[in-house]
Structure formats: structure tokens, C-alpha cells
Design a protein. Structure first.
Length: 207
């Protein structure tokens, strides 16, 4: 397994070594020792699979917030995608920037997207299957998203005038500039609820 890094620190591209003979092709698509040598002490706990029937299906941009942030190891087994990772790390010099790479059934590439990034992709062919391993379990309470067409992120999806196929959820994701004000409001509400609960507890105990 070979790997390459990007100008944006964090994401890693894994390239399996393929062995071909008259029967076909064989490759080790995942080895924990080599993965950890490249990434560090990360455990992958869940595997997901999506099948997108139409070409130009866009899924994203998705991520999970702290403390349930996920890293993702993404690969394509059928078809091809334009894969996107957007840096959402507030103190990163590349905050708001993104990487873009094609993953396909032919190239066997796998993209590691660490916690702190949003992920999305556009299918380049019909009936595309994407499989990804993640470093934390899905948590609906921490499920977040960003608008796929946010002008501040400047992603060229290479649609060339065609309309993407989107879920209702992804049609209504917030822009990056809105995102952190939403998270701050949620944190403030959680803090108010905690203070209220502490006050009720003290009143009930006489403290």
C-alpha cells in the first residue's frame, strides 16, 4: 500500500498495490498496520455503503461535530466519483479550502478524510457504489452539513450546466458562514439547559 499527501494537511490518498494475472486482479485494500503508520492511532469502527443510481448525484457536504467527529476512509467499488473534502478546522491555515480527487473502480484509490473535514461527492457514472469506513459511530445529534454550492468554498463540481440530484436534506444545508453561528447557538442553549438543571437540583436539595 502506497500513500500520498496533499497541500492541505490531514487527508491522505492510499493506493493499493495490485497484482494481476490471467484470472484477474488481487489487492490488499486495507491493512491496519499500514493505515496506522500513515495516519496514527485511529480505529475504524463502522463501514457504510451507498449506491447512487443517477449520474451527477451529489451527496454532501456532511460531517459530524465534536465530540463525535468522524474520520472517513472512502473508496469506490463500482463507477466513479469526484470526491471532496473541506477543511473545517477553525485554527487551520487552510480553513474553508478543499481537495478534489477522482476515485473510481479502475484506480482503486482510497481517500482518508480526517475529523474536522466535511465530505461530499458527485457521481460521474450511473450506478456508483461508494464504501467508507469511519472512526466513530453515526450520531444523529451530531450530524451536520454545509451547502454543496456554497460560493465561499468555490467547489467546481464540473456539472457543466446540468442539474445535480440531491436529497431534500442536502438542498437545504447552511452556508459555511452560517454554520458556526448555528453551533454556537446550540452550545449556548445546551449551557442554559445545564444551568437550569443545576438550579433545580440545588433548589430540591436545599444547597
Amino acid at each position: 500500500m502506497e500513500f500520498d499527501r496533499f497541500d492541505i494537511d490531514g487527508p491522505v490518498l492510499f493506493v493499493p498495490n495490485r497484482h494481476r494475472d490471467p484470472r484477474g486482479t488481487f489487492a490488499e485494500t486495507f491493512r491496519e498496520d499500514e493505515f496506522r503508520a500513515a495516519i496514527g492511532d485511529v480505529t475504524l469502527v463502522q463501514e457504510n455503503q451507498s449506491i447512487s443510481k443517477p449520474v451527477n448525484t451529489i451527496r454532501g457536504l456532511h460531517y459530524q461535530s465534536e465530540p463525535r467527529a468522524q474520520g472517513k476512509l472512502v473508496r469506490v467499488t463500482t463507477g466513479a466519483i469526484m470526491d471532496i473534502a473541506v477543511d473545517l478546522r477553525l485554527h487551520s491555515q487552510t480553513f474553508g479550502q478543499h481537495i478534489k480527487i477522482e476515485l473510481s473502480e479502475e484506480n482503486w484509490y482510497q481517500l482518508w478524510i480526517p475529523p474536522g473535514f466535511a465530505h461530499g461527492f458527485r457521481t460521474m457514472r450511473p450506478d456508483t457504489t461508494v464504501i467508507y469506513k469511519v472512526s466513530d459511530y453515526y450520531s444523529p445529534e451530531h450530524d451536520r452539513g454545509i451547502a454543496w454550492n456554497d460560493p465561499d468554498i468555490h467547489i467546481d463540481w464540473e456539472l457543466y450546466g446540468q442539474q445535480p440530484v440531491l436529497s431534500e436534506k442536502d438542498k437545504d444545508q447552511p452556508a459555511l458562514v452560517e454554520l458556526f453561528s448555528i453551533d454556537v447557538a446550540r452550545a449556548a442553549e445546551a449551557h442554559r439547559a445545564m444551568v437550569h438543571d443545576i438550579g433545580r437540583y440545588r433548589a430540591s436539595t436545599g444547597d
